[in-house]
Every structure is written in structure tokens, then in C-alpha cells.
Design a protein around this ligand. Structure first.
Ligand SMILES: Nc1ncnc2c1ncn2[C@@H]1O[C@H](COP(=O)(O)OP(=O)(O)OP(=O)(O)O)[C@@H](O)[C@H]1O
Length: 242
């Protein structure tokens, strides 16, 4: 897996949002993407997904589109259409298998394994519109497991979900990374950052800086692991060790 950002400049509607973004993402690592509202996190994700053309520089990525998965913010999703949890999870086969070929036995077996792993087997036939925030997030992650994503991008996956779901999602994401999936996740919570991320890309003032979860924790309270359930921001980019 190769994912490199080379002197990347990105704009939205003609206005530059990010400049000189550099860095490599290693296979099997979890990178937290951190920044204030409007810092450009979604913009960078769009560029990595190949949906936004850079105004300069490039995203070098050898992961085929069908192995890139994107889990948007829950609020951005319309989950009112009539589809069950199992049906949603099965759509994870579409990028590689196509929507028209139908499913076969191994697909159903795998979907059952995925639902069991996420603790949602009992919800298989429940319409998405009737799920809680946490149940939905499990189902959506299930879709990316089904897809066997090599590159997974998530935007605030823990927003509005219960603590047990946070545990399950954290475990599954760690497990996916251990099996080689490269994960990039927008996070706002310091505890989640320290539990989940191997490295951190902070976006501020149109620029990016790489750092570690430990460095961010130390900036907050001298590295003490206690009481760190706090927002990560504000962070002063200039004073961050890289
Ligand atoms: N489609 C668009 N058209 C014009 N400007 C946009 C568009 N999308 C984003 N922007 C602008 O680009 C900048 C970066 O937005 P982006 O959504 O990438 O930030 P973000 O870090 O993801 O913010 P948030 O935490 O609020 O989701 C903002 O100033 C935003 O107003």
C-alpha cells in the first residue's frame, strides 16, 4: 500500500484551503486527522478519496478505488430509505463485485460473521431508519469490513454513539489495522485519540503538521493519562513536537 501526499494544495470553490501538505501513510497504521471546524479535514479526505482534484501537488495512492472506503459523518447520511442492516452490509460487495450480479452463499456467510463481530446479528432485518446512532455506526463499519477495504477513512465515527459501541468500533478498527488496513480518522476527543491513533496529522491555518498522540497528551496535561476525556483543540501548531 502506498499513500503519499506531495506538496499538496487544495481549494474549495476557488479558495485555497490547504497548502504544502506532505506525508506518507503506512500500511496498517491509524492516523488521526485533527483540526478545528473548517480547518480542511473533509477537504483532505475528499482529495485522498480521489474526489477533489488538487490545485497543486498530488496524492499518490496505489489502492484501487474499490478498496477505498469512506465512512462520512452520521449527520450527512440519509438513512431513511428502506434497507435493512443485512442489505446495507451486503452492499459492501458492490465496489468489487458489482450491484447487478446478486449475492452468493459465501457473501451471506461473511455478512453473518461481520454482523456477529459487531454485535448486530439480532438487527439483521431491521430497517436502517429504526436504528440508534450506535447501531447505525456498527452497521456502516460492517459495510467496510464486507468491502475488505485497504484504505478506510472515517469522519468522527464516535460522535453520538454509546460507550459500548465506542469500545466495539475501537476494537474492530484496531483489528483491521493489525491486518494491514490503513486507517485515517477525524477525531475530536483526546481519549479516543490516545487509544486509537498511531500518529496524528494536525491541520491549522491552512497547513499540516505531523505529531504523535503522546505529544498532544503532554501538551494538555504533562502526559498524565488521567482525566484526558477532553477536546483535543485548541492546539498551537508552532509548539507541537513533530
Ligand atoms: N463545497 C464547498 N464549497 C465552498 N467552500 C467549501 C466547500 N466545502 C468546504 N468549504 C470550505 O472549505 C474550508 C474547509 O472545509 P472542510 O469541510 O474541509 O473543513 P473541516 O475541517 O472538515 O470542518 P468540520 O470540522 O466543520 O467538518 C471551510 O472554510 C469551508 O467553508
Amino acid at each position: 500500500m502506498r499513500l503519499r501526499l506531495e506538496d499538496l494544495h487544495l481549494a474549495q470553490s476557488g479558495r485555497t484551503v490547504l497548502e504544502h501538505i506532505e506525508g506518507s501513510f503506512e500500511a496498517g497504521t491509524i492516523t488521526a486527522l485533527v483540526g478545528a471546524n473548517g480547518a480542511g479535514k473533509s477537504t483532505l479526505i475528499q482529495a485522498i478519496m480521489g474526489e477533489l482534484k488538487p490545485i497543486a501537488g498530488k496524492v499518490e495512492c496505489d489502492v484501487p478505488k474499490e478498496r477505498r472506503a469512506w465512512l462520512p459523518q452520521q449527520l450527512a447520511l440519509d438513512l431513511t430509505f428502506p434497507m435493512s442492516v443485512e442489505e446495507l452490509i451486503m452492499t459492501g460487495t458492490w465496489p468489487s463485485h458489482g450491484a447487478l450480479l446478486g449475492y452468493c452463499g459465501p457473501h451471506y456467510r461473511k455478512a453473518r460473521e461481520v454482523m456477529a463481530r459487531l454485535g448486530i446479528s439480532h438487527l439483521a432485518h431491521r430497517p436502517l431508519g429504526e436504528l440508534s446512532g450506535g447501531q447505525r455506526q456498527r452497521a456502516l463499519l460492517g459495510r467496510t469490513l464486507m468491502q475488505e477495504a485497504e484504505l478506510l477513512l472515517l469522519d468522527e465515527p464516535f460522535a453520538n454513539v454509546d460507550i459500548e459501541t465506542v469500545e466495539v468500533l475501537t476494537e474492530v478498527l484496531r483489528d483491521m489495522a493489525a491486518k494491514g488496513t490503513t486507517i485515517i480518522v477525524v477525531l475530536h476527543d483526546l481519549e479516543q485519540l490516545t487509544r486509537l491513533a498511531d500518529c496524528v496529522l494536525v491541520l491549522a491555518g491552512g497547513h499540516g503538521q505531523w505529531t504523535t498522540p503522546q505529544a498532544i497528551l503532554e501538551r494538555h496535561h504533562g502526559g498524565a493519562p488521567r482525566h484526558h476525556h477532553a477536546p483535543i483543540l485548541p492546539l498551537d501548531l508552532q509548539n507541537l513536537p513533530s
